[in-house]
Design a protein around this ligand. Structure first.
Ligand code: NAI
Length: 330
């Protein structure tokens, strides 16, 4: 029998946690033959609700679920962690300035980065879901100097999956016919969903969607970028299940690899590729294999795409400068 993998989830009692934990425990995160231990980190007010979720996890009698730990101590939660999903974050409330938001999240992701540095397993892989995801990931990464920087990633897979779904609808094909979609930049309204590199049922993304620049600019890009708000409008609650699904996809792809002839989108530490400032955590097209990823190189970037990538990267640089100013990173 295989040794269980330790999976830490923060914000475990929240909406995304509720949609996420059952799928981790049923084998969708790592594989149907990989047993898991769950380590749930909550703030003290969230512990009781996390106990309730753990009761339900017990009641599923998942064959792969070995052990559940519930704690408000980061050191305990990250002890021996192989995979960490950082979901809990301080949301932006009405009237909150960006500086206050970054400060509050720095108070969460700084200490969690340090706890990962000091307690996690050598092969730790971190996905930050809690917003502002890219900059929270940067804060955690910079507080974990002993962990290779590439182990800290931010989630843009929900945006990626949203783009795939929109393209399939527009082109009248199934999602399996859509390859090589990219989300560039920040997981925010400035993100750039790029269909110019995409392949749709053997055609280029541009052709397959009617060679219609106005549709791309006025419909496709804003629909993907503002989808979160649209869900809240219609459902009356945030897109927790699709976010949890994207987190599962992100880690599964990272561990198990991208299919031949396709890639995915991940927020990762920039090495300067495509002119994206080195060191920030920005979304790129990546291929994954054997638990490692590589940025897809050599793509031709049009002026249309370049302007949008630059705008989103500029926002990330501003956020980086702001957290530096606040002393949250060195
Ligand atoms: P939620 O408010 O339902 O749950 C958050 C949970 O985190 C709460 O139970 C809270 O007690 C806990 N928490 C807060 N601070 C914590 C800390 N320091 N340590 C441990 N737990 C802590 O929120 P929901 O809907 O689950 O969303 C979570 C985050 O995910 C939000 O920041 C949201 O903006 C973000 N998100 C990101 C997406 C992405 O694509 N990257 C997509 C959707 C949501």
């Amino acid at each position: 029998t295989r040794t269980p993998v330790n999976v830490t989830v923060t914000g475990a009692a929240g909406q995304i946690g509720y949609a996420l934990l059952f799928r981790i425990a049923s084998g969708h995160l790592l594989g149907a033959d990989v047993p898991v231990n769950l380590r749930l980190l909550e703030i003290p007010q969230g512990l009781k609700a996390a106990e309730g979720v753990a009761m339900e996890l017990d009641d599923c009698a998942f064959p792969l679920l070995r052990d559940i730990t519930i704690t408000d101590q980061a050191a305990t939660a990250f002890e021996g962690a192989n995979v960490a999903l950082l979901v809990g974050a301080r949301p932006r409330t009405a009237g909150m300035e960006r500086g206050d938001l970054l400060q509050a999240n720095g108070g969460i992701f700084g200490p969690q980065g340090k706890a990962i540095n000091d307690h996690a397993a050598d092969d730790i892989k971190v996905l930050v879901v809690g917003n502002p995801a890219n900059t929270n990931a940067l804060i955690a990464q910079r507080n974990a100097p002993d962990v290779p920087a590439e182990r800290f990633t931010a989630m843009t897979r929900l945006d990626h999956n949203r783009a795939v779904a929109q393209l399939a609808k527009k082109a009248g094909v199934t999602v399996e016919d859509i390859k090589k979609v990219t989300i560039w930049g920040n997981h925010s309204a400035t993100q750039y969903p790029d269909l110019f590199q995409a392949e749709i049922a053997g055609k280029s993304g541009f052709e397959a969607t009617g060679s219609d620049l106005a549709w791309i600019e006025n419909d496709f890009i804003p629909t993907v970028a503002k989808r979160g708000a649209a869900i809240i409008d219609v459902r009356g609650a945030s897109s927790a299940a699709s976010a949890a699904n994207a987190a599962i996809d992100h880690v599964h792809t990272w561990v198990n690899g991208t299919p031949a002839g396709d890639w995915t989108s991940m927020g990762i530490v920039s090495d300067g590729s495509y002119g994206v400032e080195e060191g920030i955590i920005s979304s790129f097209p990546v291929t994954t294999k054997d638990g490692k990823f590589e940025i897809v190189q050599g793509l031709e970037i049009s002026d249309f795409s370049r302007a949008r990538i630059n705008a989103s990267v500029a926002e990330l640089v501003e956020e980086r400068d702001a957290v530096k100013e606040l002393g949250l990173i060195g």
